[in-house]
Write a protein that binds this ligand. Sequence first.
Ligand code: PEP
Ligand code: MN
Length: 475
Amino acid sequence: PNGGAPPTAPHPQPLQQAVAPAPILAARVVTQWSPSSWRQCEIHQAVEYPDQSELEKVERELSGCAPLVFAGEVRTLQEKLAKATLGDGFVLMGGDCAESFDEFCVNNVRDTFRVILQMALTMTYGGGLPIIKIGRMAGQFAKPRSSTIETREGLDLPAYRGDNVNSEPFTSEARTPDPRRMLQAYHQCAQTLNILRAFSVGGYADISRLHAWNLDFMEHTKEGSMYRSLAWKIDESLRFMRAIGIDTTTSELTQTAFYTAHECLLLPYEQALTRQDSTTGRWYDCSAHMLWVGERTRQPGCAHFEFVRGISNPLGVKISDKATPEDVLHILETLNPQNTPGRITLITRFGADKIREKLPPLVKAVRDSGRACLWLSDPVHGNTFKTDSGFKTRDYDKIKDELMGFFDVHKALGTHPGGVHLEMTGQDVTECVGGDVGQVKYEDLNQRYITHCDPRLNGRQALALAFDIAESMRE
Ligand code: PEP
Ligand code: MN
């Protein structure tokens, strides 16, 4: 009946029936996993501490500290990510490139949380999907570097690796890794999580307060007023629900679920916070609900993959345009042999100029293999550049363009664009240029450029992007 034409490609198998494809790369010798088995592997981005006994002391102390997150919470997140993998849900992951000791204060945590709430509301309303909120918070300290050495005026010093390793001033003392910084980071994470938990369930996130989430500096801006009109519409819907007898004081409307994630980079810290769950016997890295492996440390068989393959947290892996379909399938097979939806999230960071060409072969290969994968777009890391005046920045329009490319590719291939991963803050910083009304100009960058690593979208830029995302989700 098809006139002798070759049969069309089979439709991708539903995930539940997926058959594991043949291994693509030769499997390495699999050793027994343990929280410390990564130490037998090649370690990229390893930190050399001058005093080994001091490091061991800190590791012992951290091992005795309370877990920051709990296995039950991690499993709930995994279930939500599983639904999102199958098309029912969208992830909003955002926060600083690097948290810092100096910038830490309750108001900064609150303001980033607040913008994420506004963005999630905008996207739920516009996109009609549950939004899974995950902060790059309460653990996002360690930074991978392209060079371990920084040279200034002929002087070579170790590069700054994040506040849990060393500190930023260009002196030998500041740049020497100090293991005790892991303890300071841990205690800051505990405080941050305490604030986030209180805001999530203690009344702050009650939908009846949605007008109060607008930040002061957004008051007379385009994004602020777009948010305000949306808030009025939601208010009206709530009033209608109450009028017909629906209870609007249930926990779905008065509380929110908020999760944390960071790059799994500093393995002594991650190992020390890894605990065996008493109810299931599984291992969980209790430093965050979700961990991701960065673009620089995702070599198969090396330490970071060895560590994460044994923990039961949902995992992210960053993918750039350098990844091949074989690489991506290998990642999904080794980290998720059971093909469990929600276990693996691939976070693509290609750059606006490459995404439309480089993403389709990867998505197609995964789709046709039947492998479970949640796709997130990180539209910021592939669009970073230095201005003539020396500021590392990003242009709002390029970020938006990469995101639109991400939605276009998934739409064309019939796959689910599962979420976004952003470097952003609730503060009114001037680190990324542009915005819907061209609000940060090149000459403004020096006004409030305070990031410890990469440039972040400010509250207005982040909210503007949420309106753009909501529109794409609807299409
Ligand atoms: C980051 O997320 O801050 C980061 C370093 O990303 P990537 O690994 O994608 O470069
Ligand atoms: Mn970054």
